[in-house]
Design a protein around this ligand. Structure first.
Ligand code: ADP
Ligand code: MG
Length: 347
């Protein structure tokens, strides 16, 4: 047995609490980008600018034109368990925003050199607060339009073991790029600009109509994806499923084009994966993977998002119902295509 250094129980200092929380949620620069972009979307941003330097290890800067934060709330925004998004247990049962844990900003700030600048429509000036490895500095007036900017420099500078695990600049940036693409898919009405080391890498212009939502999909996944997929639109059992499913003939050797969103949140879920696999069972060779971009909308009360710190998993309260609805919708769509096109060459 291991000898345990005995001491009295004590509460941990807040910076350490935040660093422990950061260990759960902030794995790499892309996790920072995910949390910050989700905050911008929750704030109603129509335009989000993302600037990255050195794969995110030197700088991650996100600027949005959302509602902003009141000057009096800036210090709270960077303190643990403070959120404007839920206030009660009932709210937790019907989360309508991407965030709700009140942990992202304090976690990120505890493992970086961090600055938050924000201005609301009601304020005459913006305010900026800086946090260095978890310690907030004075807040002061700053120049900024309505909206919010967050700067994250030198991620993990105070956790050398963690920083050592960052991969090559290119690899880290690719993770960020993939993440931005997956979020952009779900928000065709929002403009996203992603820059790396001073060069614009992605520019997704906002789309207002259904057809333009298709344009966003083709911008992100390529014309090829749209040409080889079927449009899905089904509702029933209080749920709406929309999006695109790939034709069996356009199946892939890897599951690299699978995007499933539940109420606007990209998730990985076994119930969903099973329903999709079953729907394609008769039309795909073993070992092939369908491509799809799907959006499921249901009553927030029907889905628990408080499953995992990274919020990329959900639990459906009536998982059987969801499974069967998905299976039927996809099966029908594929069957119609089959009837229309004659026998599938791949089947
Ligand atoms: P959560 O998103 O779970 O509430 P965060 O730590 O990510 O927790 O953010 C804390 C709070 O700071 C949010 O609830 C929100 O009120 C505010 N906030 C963070 N980012 C933004 C932003 N880009 N625009 C407006 N408000 C923001
Ligand atoms: Mg958040």
């Amino acid at each position: 047995p291991i000898a345990i250094g005995m001491s009295r129980i004590h509460s941990l200092p807040p910076e350490l609490v935040n660093q422990i929380a950061a260990g759960e949620v902030i794995e790499r620069p892309a996790s920072v980008v995910k949390e910050l972009v989700e905050n911008s979307l929750d704030a109603g941003a129509r335009r989000i600018d993302i600037d990255i330097e050195a794969g995110g290890s030197r700088l991650i800067r996100i600027r949005d034109d959302g509602g902003g934060i009141d000057a009096e709330d800036l210090a709270l925004a960077v303190s643990a368990h403070a959120t404007s998004k839920i206030a009660s247990f009932e709210d937790l049962e019907r989360v309508g925003t991407l965030g709700f844990r009140g942990e992202a900003l304090p976690s990120i700030a505890s493992v970086s050199r961090f600055a938050l600048t924000s201005r609301t429509a009601a304020a005459d000036s913006a305010f900026r607060i800086e946090v260095d490895g978890g310690k907030p500095h004075v807040q002061r007036p700053a120049q900024h339009g309505i909206g919010t900017s967050v700067e994250v420099r030198d991620l993990f500078y105070n956790l050398p073991a963690r920083r050592k695990f960052l991969r090559a600049e290119r690899t880290e940036f690719n993770h960020i790029d993939d993440l931005v693409k997956s979020i952009a898919l779900a928000r065709p009405g929002v403009e996203f600009r992603l820059g790396h080391n001073g060069k614009v890498v992605r520019l997704f212009k906002p789309s207002a109509t259904e057809d333009e939502a298709a344009r966003r999909v083709s911008e992100v996944l390529g014309e090829e994806f749209l040409r080889n997929s079927l449009r899905v639109g089904h509702d029933g059992a209080g749920m709406v499923l929309s999006g695109w499913v790939g034709l069996p003939t356009a199946s892939r050797s890897q599951a690299d084009q699978q995007y499933f969103h539940v109420n606007g949140r990209l998730v990985r879920d076994r119930v969903v994966a099973h329903a999709v696999r079953q729907a394609y069972a008769d039309v795909l060779y073993h070992g092939r993977h369908p491509a799809f971009v799907l959006f499921l909308e249901l009553d927030p009360q029907g889905v628990d998002v408080n499953v995992h710190p990274a919020k990329s998993e959900v639990r459906f309260r009536e998982s059987r119902l969801v499974h069967d609805f998905l299976y039927r919708s996809l099966h029908e769509a594929l069957a119609e295509a089959r009837a229309g096109a004659g026998p599938m060459p791949d089947a």
